[in-house]
Design a protein around this ligand. Sequence first.
Ligand code: NAG
Ligand code: NAG
Length: 271
Amino acid sequence: MAKLMVLTLLGLAMTHFKNHQSSYQKRLTAFREVEPVDLPNCNLVKGIETGSEDLEILPNGLALISSGLKYPGIKSFDPDKPGKILLMDLNEEDPEVLELRISGSKFNMSSFNPHGISTFTDEDNTVYLLVVNHPDAKSTVELFKFQKEEKSLLHLKTIRHELLTSLNDIVAVGPEHFYATNDHYFVDPCLRSWEVYLGLSWSYVVYYSPNEVKVVVDGFDFANGINISPDGKYVYISELLAHKIHVYEKHANWTLTSLKGTSGLGATPMA
Ligand SMILES: *[C@@H]1O[C@H](CO)[C@@H](O)[C@H](O)[C@H]1NC(C)=O
Ligand SMILES: *[C@@H]1O[C@H](CO)[C@@H](O)[C@H](O)[C@H]1NC(C)=O
């Protein structure tokens, strides 16, 4: 409520500044001219026409891809169909794309809208896939077991929390245990645009476990991609509109302390 009040006052004040033009769309597209570049080693992959939002490559060379995201302000390539998780075997010479079948009685496939994804492999070599989902414009984290032989995902659980309202990307540190970026404070589309337009930087990163959920870093204009170093010691967070990659040290109590924030060379890594 206090934040809503602050936003209203700031909004009233800002309407007097004609030149404050760093609107959501303008900052996202960032007035850059992109020269066409010939990329000889890039091939169009058949079967990912609905977009490849996030990608995770397992040590065995299997790649999992989330596709078909519907997100406010971003073009959807197939607005009438649910999203999907695709599988590619990168060991193959000419890998095909296959849609993973999803099973589990409680999962509503028709509202599946996958965004950031992350995997966690336990001591028994069970691979869990954690997926940021936006069913009906809300935010949840879906926990699946990846069944390699059956080429399917078994839905185990839906995770919701009051701090996980506008999720973007996720990095798993256990099956039910993760860090996630919350890209806006508000959920309402109008308040969200004001939040970014005014540069309030109320986007944050949450640590989630069944016993404890907390904001570990805040003050981002738009926290987007998140990842962890292979040794599990450092967490990387991309701040979309500031064009920065932040590096944090991860502690035993799961808090993060800032080591470095680097401005990208015009790059804006997305989830
Ligand atoms: C599943 O999602 C669709 C699309 O959002 C919705 O219309 C339907 O009511 C949902 N079904 C259940 C059982 O929640
Ligand atoms: C977490 O661990 C770090 C590093 O040991 C320490 O500086 C910090 O005070 C701890 N925070 C909490 C809330 O326990």
